[in-house]
Each structure stands twice: as structure tokens, then as C-alpha cells.
Design a protein around this ligand. Structure first.
Ligand SMILES: [Zn+2]
Length: 461
């Protein structure tokens, strides 16, 4: 059967931009690595999750693909245990709190495409079953109540990060634990120390390793193999490499996921964001001074695979770009002419084409701004028809339904409309003192009246 290619996407596994093919079922199973809930989420998380939110909405709404979007929540981990000890709390309490706050942050950002959030501790029997099967097949060994994956038994270890086992160097971020046969072996199950959260297992009381939770979750929801795995670039090694080793060793099938999509790093003023550098910005801090649409626009203004620089300047640029589109839309609503000479569909076509080409949002947005410039020229000379204006408005609405970058439009309350009419009357009667007074009154209520050649325009301040 010839599969229909709907868009191109870069696959880390093959290092190539490839046609994304829709399976015969017509559905795509997508898994994206979720956060470890030991602290508030930061803008680096926002970058990854806004990107996948937008990509999935594009595939669903524009390409009519059914996507099953699954994301794990790491709610058992060394970092959570450390934080709970510092705060004298129960690890589960800490994890539950930050999981809730994570969901709140995602809601604030309009990230709503995920179908299922899967907290790791809901999958302990599935995790134990995977570890048992790995031991039985000879890919894992137990030592002092812990179980490790024996990477030298899986010759393809390294295929995602494009390195060979022999070339792996000690000192890269790998688990440091006793009882391991080889430095790059990683924990599937960890014997619990006193006071740590624990579950019964065939190897004694313990807790799952980080990598095994994802494969246990995806096996339960998607089966042995699935279509797309996503996450931040920093997760390729060892995390995603370990997932491949675990699941392909169990199933004997390859690849675990056909396509691996990774988002680039977020930089703050050109530097890596870290707590030690003091440039760590949480989502809620950002949203105190900026709208979620500004963050969404910033994320989408750069290609998802490149580094995204976060600075006062890029925030400013995002904010003015958004206003430019919003003003443009407002202007389109006021168009009254009857004939047009603008091939606006060409710009729209380019826009969608760029998104279908490895989700090139910066190029797509560039074509949107070309449309703004060209259309504005026609409006200036009264050469855009009302019907074309409406079609362009519909196009912008469709774009915004996927990107969610424009400020929420608020309908003007009747009270404001009445005041604006009173002001207009005062102005016609040349009672400028009264008209200014009413304008200030309107301002105090959070609205602004602007006089344009086509009459007064009321907008939210
Ligand atoms: Zn993961």
C-alpha cells in the first residue's frame, strides 16, 4: 500500500528531513517526554511544549490527521526526593503539588493538545514487567537490589545519538551507582534507601529508574512500536537512547518509534539557562509581565530545531509583531471597497506550505507579514474589497486557531459603546471639553477611543 505523505519533518534517528507518512489506521501515536515535577516549570519547558502543541494542532486541524498525544509526568525521581528532604515533606506531596502547577502553567499558555498525561507511579506493575522481561532475555542484571541494563548486550546502543558504544566516554551524564558492570549501564530499578518512596518487586523494595517509565507507559498505551517520539534536544542521550535499548530489546522489533523529533535549547541573553547563572525564568514569572501569546509568538518566531534566544529585545519584537497582526485584522474589518487586485491566496498557500515543510514557522510568519504589507497598501488606496478582506480575516482566524498568538478579542461592553456615542455627539457639536471628558471616562474603564478617517474606533487598552 502506498502511504500518503502529508508533511516533511526532520528525523533525528536518520538525520534527514523525511516525508511523514500516515499509517493505514489513519492515526498517529505521539509520545513526548514530560517534566520531572520537583519545581515550577521554566520557559525552556514552555518552548518544547508550545512547539508540540502547535505542531499537533496543525496536523489535526489543517492536515486532518488523528493524533493520539501522550505525555508522561516523572513524579518519582532523585530530584523530587532531594527537594522533599530539604522541605521536610513527603516526596509524593512535592510531586503532586508541582504536577498540578505544571498543568496550571500549560493551561495558562494555551497548551491543550495533549490527550493523556501519564504519571509514572501509575505504571509500577508495567515497569516491573518490563524489567523482568529484560532480565529473562539476558539484557539486564540485578545487583544489590537494583537492576541495570547491560548496554554491551545491545549493539545498537548509540544509534539515536550517532555514537558507538566503544566511543562512549566516562564522565558524560550517566548514573553513578555501585554494582554496575560497565559505566554506561543504566538503572532500570533502584533499591530504595531508608526513607525513600518504595514499591515491592522481585528484587526487593525499590523504585523505577527514569528511562523505564516511558517505555512502560508507551507499551501500555501504544504497544511495542509507535510513530513519533518527541522531546528536548538534551534528552537524546542517554534518556532516549536508553528507551530505544529497553523497548527494542524486549520486542525484538526496530525502530521503537519511526520518527524522533527534538526541540533546540532555549538561551537567555545568549547563555544556557541555569539556576547557578541566576538567569532561570519560570513560566509564571514571565506571565506576570507578559501575555501567554508573547511567549507563544517568541517560540514560533524561530525554527524549532535552532537555539531560541530569550532577551528583552526578543520579547519586545514578539509583542510588536503580535500587535501588528491584531491591528491589521482590525483594519480589515473596516474595509468597504468593492473590488480587489490582490492574489492573497498565494500568501496563504505559502504559509501552509512552510508549516508542512519541517514546521518552518519563521518562514510561514514571514509570508504572513508580506501579506500584511501588501494588503495594507491596497487598503490605503481603497483597493481591497470587503469580500477579500473577510477572506483574509478568515485566514488569520484559521492561523490563530492553530498558533494562538493573537490577544483574546474582547467584545465592547454596551456601557462603553454608549459612552463612545455620547463622545461622538459632543465632538459633532464641537463641545471638545465634554468629548475629552468622556474620552477620559472611557479610558478609566480600560478602553480607548481613537479617531480614524473612517470614524471613531474603540479598542481595549
Ligand atoms: Zn522521557
Amino acid at each position: 500500500m502506498k502511504l500518503k505523505a502529508v508533511m516533511k519533518i526532520y528525523n533525528t534517528l536518520t538525520s534527514k528531513k523525511e516525508d511523514l507518512k500516515i499509517p493505514p489506521s489513519g492515526e498517529i501515536n505521539l509520545f513526548v517526554c514530560g517534566p520531572t515535577v520537583y519545581d515550577y516549570s521554566h520557559i525552556g519547558h514552555a518552548r518544547t511544549y508550545i512547539f508540540f502543541d502547535t505542531l499537533v494542532k496543525f496536523m489535526r486541524k489543517r492536515l486532518s490527521i488523528k493524533i493520539n498525544y501522550l505525555q508522561n509526568i516523572t513524579n518519582i525521581d532523585d530530584k523530587i526526593i532531594k527537594r522533599s528532604a530539604e522541605e521536610n515533606k513527603n516526596p509524593q506531596e512535592v510531586a503532586d503539588f508541582f504536577e498540578k502547577e505544571y498543568i496550571n502553567d500549560m493551561n495558562s499558555l494555551g497548551v491543550s493538545a495533549v490527550d493523556t498525561y501519564a504519571p509514572a507511579t501509575n505504571y509500577i506493575p508495567e515497569i516491573i514487567s518490563q524489567v523482568e522481561r529484560l532480565i529473562k532475555k539476558g539484557f539486564a542484571y540485578s545487583a544489590d537490589g537494583s537492576v541495570y541494563f547491560d548496554v554491551r548486550k545491545f549493539p545498537e546502543y548509540g544509534k539515536l545519538s550517532h555514537q558507538k558504544i566503544e566511543e562512549l566516554k566516562e564522565g558524560v551524564r550517566v548514573d553513578v551507582e555501585v554494582g554496575k558492570k560497565f559505566f554506561a549501564d543504566f538503572a532500570l530499578w533502584k533499591a530504595s534507601k531508608p526513607g525513600e518512596p518504595k514499591w515491592d518487586s522481585p528484587w526487593g523494595e525499590g523504585r523505577p529508574g527514569w528511562h523505564i517509565e516511558d517505555t512502560a507507559i508507551t507499551e501500555k498505551h501504544f504497544g511495542l512500536r509507535y510513530n513519533i517520539h518527541g522531546g528536548g534536544l538534551d534528552l537524546i542521550f542517554p534518556h532516549h537512547e536508553a528507551e530505544i535499548a529497553q523497548m527494542e530489546a524486549i520486542s525484538g522489533l526496530s525502530p521503537l518509534a519511526e520518527v524522533w523529533i527534538h526541540t533546540g535549547m532555549l538561551l537567555v541573553d545568549g547563555e544556557k539557562m541555569s539556576k547557578s547563572l541566576g538567569n532561570f525564568i519560570t513560566i509564571r514569572e514571565f506571565l506576570k509581565e507578559n501575555s501567554p501569546q508573547v511567549l507563544r509568538y517568541m517560540v514560533l518566531s524561530q525554527h524549532y530545531r535552532t537555539g531560541l534566544d530569550f532577551s528583552k529585545k526578543t520579547i519586545q519584537m514578539a509583542s510588536s509583531s503580535i500587535n501588528r497582526i491584531a491591528d491589521f485584522k482590525q483594519r480589515l474589518k473596516e474595509v468597504t471597497a468593492q473590488s480587489s487586485h490582490l492574489p492573497w491566496e498565494d500568501f496563504a498557500k505559502t504559509f501552509w506550505h512552510e508549516l508542512a515543510d519541517d514546521f518552518n514557522t519563521p518562514k510561514a510568519l514571514a509570508s504572513l507579514f508580506e501579506l500584511v504589507t501588501e494588503t495594507n497598501k491596497l487598503i490605503d488606496t481603497n483597493n481591497l474589497s470587503q469580500s477579500d478582506a473577510q477572506k483574509i480575516i478568515d485566514f488569520i482566524d484559521e492561523v490563530n486557531d492553530i498558533l494562538n498568538i493573537l490577544p483574546k478579542e474582547e467584545s465592547i461592553p454596551p456601557e462603553i459603546t454608549a459612552l463612545a456615542a455620547d463622545r461622538e455627539k459632543a465632538r459633532t457639536n464641537k463641545d471638545f471639553e465634554l468629548s475629552d471628558k468622556i474620552r477620559n471616562q472611557i479610558k478609566e474603564l480600560g478602553w480607548e477611543v481613537e479617531d480614524t478617517p473612517k470614524g471613531p474606533r474603540t479598542t481595549k487598552l
